[in-house]
Design a protein around this ligand. Structure first.
Ligand SMILES: Cc1cc2nc3c(=O)[nH]c(=O)nc-3n(C[C@H](O)[C@H](O)[C@H](O)COP(=O)(O)OP(=O)(O)OC[C@H]3O[C@@H](n4cnc5c(N)ncnc54)[C@H](O)[C@@H]3O)c2cc1C
Length: 222
């Protein structure tokens, strides 16, 4: 990106954080949610897609640019950055780097614009630091996958309409066959049950803490 354009974006974000976000930190803490005004303004500024490729509607920031931007959004409630962090990071980058062209065209523009929120569902009770303990299964059923398993600590799960779910397609494989699958909201939620988890430090504002899920017979689109 042209250095002048980048500096202008960073200045605008700094100003926005000072003027609109920091004064609302108490409200974010008390309501355990990011006010809608902040979400829509963040979307207008391109914050939902700053690290996503420009050809899919993102701003295409490189790593250094992303770090400089994160210094600005990191001066306030961690929940503010979490709102769009999954779109730019773990969920969006998985699709951008490993998704099919069809998945990229289908999901990345919506993630970049903020129309969709993405989440990344890897962690399970027996699969955290070591994902080889992953037990969630994905079984092909015609044009769909049938997913069975439980996930936990999934940031933005309660807001998300795009899920990147890691599941085993072959339980007997010696290697870890983690397969990312992007899903639209309705199929992803069909058959899913959500449980409250206890609060985590610095996480108020990330939603009603319903980030543990059990998916039983959940059918995401491929
Ligand atoms: C705020 C927050 C947001 C998160 N968001 C997401 C998300 O969006 N999606 C998602 O999939 N997950 C998410 N997670 C989960 C996170 O990725 C896991 O917590 C992490 O991978 C660790 O797994 P665990 O909690 O099961 O701990 P464990 O893997 O059980 O580890 C527990 C402790 O043991 C230590 N330990 C583990 N293995 C070893 C070893 N071999 N040698 C020495 N020490 C070891 C660890 O360092 C740690 O201190 C989130 C977690 C937090 C706190």
């Amino acid at each position: 990106m042209d250095p002048g354009d980048f500096d202008a974006i960073v200045s605008a974000v700094r100003e926005f954080v000072n003027r609109e976000v920091i004064p609302r930190e108490d409200e974010i803490e008390e309501t355990d949610a990011i006010p809608e005004l902040l979400r829509s303004e963040a979307a207008k500024m391109g914050l939902f897609g700053y690290a996503l490729p420009e050809r899919y509607g993102g701003l295409g920031f490189d790593m250094e640019e992303e770090v400089r931007l994160c210094f600005e959004v990191g001066r306030t409630s961690p929940a503010f950055r979490s709102l769009f962090g999954t779109n730019n990071g773990i969920a969006g980058q998985t699709i951008a780097n490993y998704g099919t062209e069809e998945q990229k065209q289908r999901y990345l523009p919506a993630l970049a614009s903020g129309e969709a929120v993405g989440c990344f569902a890897l962690t399970e009770a027996e699969a955290g630091s070591d994902p080889s303990g992953l037990r969630t299964r994905a079984k092909r059923d015609g044009e769909e996958y049938l997913i069975n398993g439980s996930k936990r600590f999934i940031t933005n799960a309660e807001l998300a309409t795009v899920f990147v779910v890691f599941a085993r397609t072959d339980p007997d494989a010696a290697e870890i066959p983690l397969v990312p699958a992007a899903s639209g909201s309705t199929p992803a939620r069909r058959g899913s049950r959500w449980a409250r988890t206890t609060g985590r430090w610095g996480s108020r504002g990330r939603g009603p803490r319903r980030s543990s899920s059990t998916t039983s017979g959940c059918r995401p689109r491929r």
